[in-house]
Design a protein around this ligand. Structure first.
Ligand code: PRT
Ligand code: ZN
Length: 210
């Protein structure tokens, strides 16, 4: 039996469940059960926080997972990706207060930047030769400049309305993300065979949507 970890409740949940159902896999989902078994495919679904999914798959507690590339790469687990899924598209961007002067990323030299993505941001800044002070916060990052916590932010953007609503201007996109299927490194031959069947079905679902 394959075990797949998906987000319990959040932006990935609905599309993850929909994709599994569109693969012809039936299961009864209830908001109380954190683990359900499919009735017509050897699959068990675990409902978790998205941040915990890369670690569970890396350690083999779950065989598969569905998570955003932003969370996967930040966790240092990019090697687990097996299939891009095309939903939950977003970008990780740098933003500064609307009135602040900004010409290039070099302007962030010595500045303080609030983010939930210190690894991706740190790698990006190092590649640009910029040294900045990163403040890692786990949510409501967009509030940081207005309360004096940081001079810039780096966070997930989708429509851009959250930046706009907090008086911020997007100045650089540093990473593009979508939901991906991930798999544990050393699956048994039986599990690998089931994964291949599942990927085949997922690819057919995506082709049908194009
Ligand atoms: O509880 P749990 O830890 O499981 O969930 P979470 O709150 O950490 O994650 P969740 O559900 O918010 O997002 C899950 C994944 O969806 C993210 O890791 C991204 O891969 C993807 N995704 C897609 C987004 C967005 N779009 C998005 N807009 N994740 C977050 N946002 C937030 C962003 O942080 C910002 O605060 O929405 C705000 C910006 O949205 P716009 O539309 O105003 O630009
Ligand atoms: Zn999360």
């Amino acid at each position: 039996m394959l075990r797949i970890a998906i987000q319990k409740s959040g932006r990935l949940s609905e599309d993850s469940l929909k994709l599994i159902r569109e693969c012809g896999i039936s299961f009864v989902s209830s908001s109380y059960k954190l683990k359900v078994e499919a009735s017509n495919f050897p699959l068990e679904i675990l409902y978790l926080r998205d941040d915990d999914i890369p670690g569970y798959v890396q350690d083999g507690v779950a065989d598969l997972g569905i998570v955003g590339q932003n969370v996967l790469v930040e966790a240092g687990c990019a090697n687990l990706e097996v299939e891009a899924l095309g939903f939950s598209k977003c970008r990780l961007s740098l933003a500064v207060p609307r009135g602040a002067e900004y010409n290039s990323v070099a302007d962030l030299q010595g500045k303080s930047i609030a983010t939930s993505y210190p690894t991706i941001l740190g790698d990006y800044l190092a590649g640009e030769g910029v040294r900045a002070n990163l403040h890692t916060i786990s949510g409501s990052v967009e509030i940081a400049p207005s309360i004096g916590l940081a001079e810039a932010i780096c966070d997930i953007v989708s429509s851009g309305s959250t930046l706009l609503g907090n008086g911020l201007r997007e100045v650089e996109t540093i990473f593009r993300s979508e939901a991906v299927l991930i798999a544990a490194p050393n699956l048994s031959a039986e599990k690998q065979e089931l994964l291949d069947q599942l990927r085949f079905r997922m690819q057919a679902v995506r082709r049908a949507q194009r």
